[in-house]
Design a protein around this ligand. Sequence first.
Ligand code: PLP
Length: 371
Amino acid sequence: MGSAVYLDYNASAPIRPEAAAALSEALGLTGNASSVHGFGRALRQRIESAREAVAALAGAAPADVIFTSGGTEANNLALRGDWERVLVSAGEHDSVLQAAPEAVRIPLGPDGVLRLDRLAEELATGGGRTLASVMLANNETGVIQPIRRVAELVHEAGALLHCDAVQAAGKIPVDMAALGADLLSLSAHKLGGPQGVGALVVREGIDLPALLRGGGQERRRRAGTENAAAIAGFGVAADAALEELDRAAGLAALRDALEARVRALAPETRIFGAEAPRLANTSCITMPGVGAETQVMALDLAGVAVSAGSACSSGKVTVSHVLQAMGAAPEEAATAIRVSFGWGSVPADVDRFIAAWSELYRRAGRGRSAA
Ligand code: PLP
């Protein structure tokens, strides 16, 4: 797929060359970061400098960063604490929803933004050790939640706030203190780092039971020998992502051009979340009457890689809970695909996408192909 266009950064961004170099350099080192000898100290140094970089990306203190095996583990670690009550937004990632199956779900509005009135109502009904979990940006639509306001409501009620910033980090500024989040999840592979590594940032003073118990790594908050090479790659990717935040914001030009051209070809298209603040890189668009799986396959054949708006696991396609939470009928949600740009995207990618999309639309008997 050398010449294929990759427009699926929200699934996983290509690894940045500098992150791959750091990963590979650290893979060549011998030892265990917990050992006191020179071999161990060399690995420890890689981990601690990555901790500083990741903390800087999140506007947090290095000591607050717990490295994990990814965003999923970070979310599980946060949600599976000894909470008496958990509230989640209905648009959370499955790694939040399934980590807290008993959680109260706060609905979204049709624009994809959390219903703050419903959150406030729910917060008013109970006490106890309560955790609210609201993502900063949605993986399917890119919709950005008003986390600062959410944090105010949550804290006024004496509860704590977990924020899944996996999709937001590296795309918009993430400042944990300014946002008011008490716990914050990150994942390296969404911002150009390696897969299988992430972090939960835990504000000082919050006591969170470890999910993995054993050795004393990560200040006893996550046992197990650290994946030092992946963590080193994460650190370098975090540095690069922070430095390139302006470029990430500039991806709006590509996204807007793509959406304008899709709308010109197919005025009946729906773009989910377009009325709300959104990540600059993400577009969730329908091709009326054509199933997302068909679109993804046809686009793939044409050398354009995107995702279905619906999740496909073990061969079974489920219609997106996020789009349904925004009021989409299952039949409409089933025609949505997600296009997501990133650090390697260029304007010609939009041309390739539009050529393939318009051809499919024409073949589906719906329009003319793009000139
Ligand atoms: N949270 C969000 C919003 C995501 O988009 C993802 C990945 O798709 C995750 C969490 C899980 O992250 P990871 O793939 O690192 O487990």
